[in-house]
Design a protein around this ligand. Structure first.
Ligand code: NAG
Ligand code: NAG
Ligand code: NAG
Ligand code: ZN
Length: 220
């Protein structure tokens, strides 16, 4: 009799536990769904890009007002990860805050110079040891009058992010090099989530002040 009671009790509690776990799962799933819906309703921008691209995107086709006239163009007119990066950078009409470890890609430098000439306020932060590396576009940009600051330590300014008009963050492993476009496995996350964007803005402002050459001059 006692044994029977134990079995009955065991069965009932097992059923209850299973039911509880299941309800908990349903509740969690509901919450996830709600979050996703909220996300979509707010129309938040989120995009994830992966490299390498199979082909290099044609900058003229995606950026220039007149498009690409070259009938024998060797570059891709189809959407790629790089063309998406171009598109987002091209939406800037106030500012571009760029923090990049290694910058050798000519096309990306050209976009910044074009934006600079159109009155977009550009600031670039990079690693001091990378500035001198061969083919670095940094000198070209500096020549155009774009403000550039670097760290001054043996540690690396290893960030790779861009803030567009203080509202959109492009962040990832992506170096601005040809090798990173068509060779490496790289990722970029693009978001306008205001919390994340603000955190990166604050960090940029903090480092921008720290890397002010005037401050170095005082401490030397
Ligand atoms: C993010 O972008 C979407 C779509 O353009 C816009 O509706 C939303 O207001 C933006 N969010 C923020 C915080 O700027
Ligand atoms: C930014 O990108 C780096 C490199 O991929 C990654 O480690 C970091 O977590 C990213 N940050 C955010 C907020 O996505
Ligand atoms: C960025 O480029 C530099 C120089 O080419 C390289 O040493 C470094 O490993 C690269 N970083 C990433 C994350 O690809
Ligand atoms: Zn083209």
């Amino acid at each position: 009799m006692g044994k029977l009671l134990v079995i009955a009790f065991g069965t009932v509690s097992a059923v209850i536990t299973t039911e509880l776990i299941y309800q908990c799962f349903v509740w969690q799933r509901g919450k996830r769904k709600q979050r996703k819906l909220k996300h979509e309703e707010e129309g938040m921008i989120t995009e994830v890009l992966f490299f390498p691209d199979k082909e290099v995107a044609c900058k003229n086709h995606f950026i220039s007002d007149r498009g690409c006239f070259n009938t024998k163009c060797r570059y891709s007119h189809a959407k790629t990860s790089l063309s998406e990066l171009y598109r987002h950078l091209n939406t800037a009409d106030k500012s571009l805050d760029v923090s990049i470890f290694c910058f050798t890609c000519f096309d990306l430098a050209e976009i910044l110079i074009m934006k600079h000439k159109r009155g977009v306020k550009i600031r670039i932060m990079t690693d001091d040891e990378q500035v001198d590396s061969s083919g670095a576009q940094i000198w070209n940009l500096r020549k155009e009058g774009i403000p550039i600051r670097t760290d001054r330590s043996s540690y690396l300014m290893h960030h790779k992010f861009v803030i567009v008009d203080s509202r959109l963050l492009i962040n990832g492993s992506f170096n601005w090099t040809r090798q990173a476009i068509t060779g490496n496995q790289e990722n970029l996350l693009i978001t306008n989530d205001s919390y994340v964007v603000n955190e990166f803005r604050n960090e940029f402002e903090k480092l921008w002040k720290e890397f002010d050459p005037k401050i170095y001059a005082e401490s030397e």
